[in-house]
Write a new protein. Structure first.
Length: 201
């Protein structure tokens, strides 16, 4: 019920924000919601893309394994986007920055903080098979741009997507989130597959 409520809330917010794209996916014990659209929706005459979203992951009680940690992570980012000019493929990419805030809880121990991360995204499709795409993203914040209880932040994902109709696609993929706490220790808090849906408005 909690995951369903999060999904419904995301869709409601998307309608209010007139977002261009709404994306959400489910993993074994996690939920990710994502909104993106043109920056001109927020600030007039600016090109590029904004994105905002969150990850919620349920933790395992009494486990000291970082992979069993509970996680709440929110972000807001901006990217410069465009076609990469690849031969024999339709490829688009974006480069930019995002601010994140995360709360990580593990067996009575918790760490929270923020970071300024840099990275980007890509979308590759082949002529004649445009309904199938390979998409992904990667973001990294070193110790220099991490603050409070976080020492570093790293997140990557890779998806295989199928466009059911022009305005909707389904996908499956893998995501890795690493949040290293200031106190030290392993930071891998989410490493799992997921299935999702992307809606364009």
């Amino acid at each position: 019920m909690r995951k369903l409520s999060l999904a419904l809330g995301l869709l409601a917010f998307a309608g209010l924000a007139r977002a261009e794209s709404v994306d959400f996916n489910l993993g074994p014990d996690s939920f990710r919601g994502f909104l993106s659209g043109p920056l001109s929706r927020l600030v007039g005459n600016l090109s590029g893309q904004y994105d905002t979203g969150f990850i919620y992951k349920e933790g395992q009680d009494n486990s000291a394994d970082p992979k069993d940690a509970a996680l709440k992570l929110a972000h807001f980012g901006v990217l410069a986007t465009g076609d990469v000019g690849a031969r024999g493929a339709e490829a688009a990419a974006g480069l930019g920055a995002r601010l994140i805030y995360a709360d990580r809880k593990l067996a009575g121990d918790s760490a929270s903080g923020g970071a300024l991360a840099f990275g980007g995204q890509f979308d590759v499709r082949w002529p004649g098979y445009e309904r199938v795409g390979v998409t992904g993203y990667g973001w990294d914040a070193p110790e220099l741009t991490s603050f409070s209880g976080l020492k570093s932040y790293h997140e990557v994902a890779l998806d295989l997507e199928f466009e059911v109709v022009r305005a909707a696609a389904v996908y499956a993929g893998y995501r890795l989130v690493n949040l290293k706490p200031e106190a030290g220790g392993d930071g891998e808090v989410d490493s799992s597959g997921h299935i999702g849906i992307r809606l364009n408005f």
